[in-house]
Write a protein that binds this ligand. Structure first.
Ligand code: DX5
Ligand code: ZN
Length: 215
């Protein structure tokens, strides 16, 4: 089973992003996670295109871009141009998820769809066959360093059942409150990609933490 760690840049030292890229390049992380927040869909503002473009120049890992923005359809092309390898939008943030999926596909990059913890997993069913990844938030989108919501496990099981039935190649990603304690259980439930922000960047040895999260 695929096990991928995608450290979230949100918890990195923004004053030294080149050092972060070098750390990530030399680490066992397969992806690097970007949290783009617009202050409308979520009550926080993070960063946008120039930061992704700058990091892209130095980072050799796949850029896993999670957009917490309203009207994602407006910006798909620019995220693809900035270097996104997988672009994940929120189901709740658009009136037309099918159109967003179509636009991302047209850019030739991987498509992810995401829901917050209060959205029933069932709403994703019509999209499972059309996407490469489903991201289930295990905290409410908006801030790093929150506590993992335990109900996430039953949501993963429900999603996994749909994926096995409809599109077994579709990856499951979990984002929020991932720690050394819950990582093995998450992988055991069938998760493929773990996003980890504070757990990686607050570690004394982030590269070792990335290895330990995969065990
Ligand atoms: C939250 C973001 C997460 C966040 C995770 O809105 O989507 O990616 O950076 O941070 P931790 O791992 O610290 O919960
Ligand atoms: Zn995220």
């Amino acid at each position: 089973m695929t096990k991928i760690i995608s450290p979230s840049m949100l918890s990195a030292d923004f004053g030294n992003l080149q050092a972060m890229c070098e750390m990530i390049n030399a680490s066992e992380a397969e992806w690097l996670h970007f949290d783009v927040m617009d202050g409308v869909f979520v009550p926080n503002i993070s960063f946008g295109f120039p930061v992704i473009e700058a990091v892209k120049k130095h980072c050799r890992k796949m850029l896993d871009v999670h957009i917490m923005i309203v009207q994602p359809e407006k910006y798909v092309q620019r995220f693809a141009k900035a270097g996104a390898g997988v672009l994940t939008f929120h189901y709740e943030a658009t009136e037309n998820p099918d159109e967003v999926i179509r636009l991302i596909r047209a850019e030739g990059i991987k498509v992810g769809i995401c829901v917050n913890p209060d959205i029933p997993v069932k709403v994703l069913e019509p999209f499972i066959e059309k996407v490469d990844m489903v991201l289930l938030m295990s905290v409410f989108a908006g801030f790093g360093g929150q506590k993992f919501i335990e109900e996430t496990y039953s949501r993963i099981d429900e999603l996994k059942e749909m994926i096995d039935r409809m599109n077994p190649d579709c990856l499951i990603e979990i984002d929020g409150g991932v720690t050394l304690e819950n990582a093995p259980k998450l992988f055991a439930h069938g998760v493929n990609v773990l996003v980890a922000g504070s757990t990686v960047y607050n570690a004394t040895n982030p590269q070792q933490m990335i290895i330990d999260l995969k065990c």
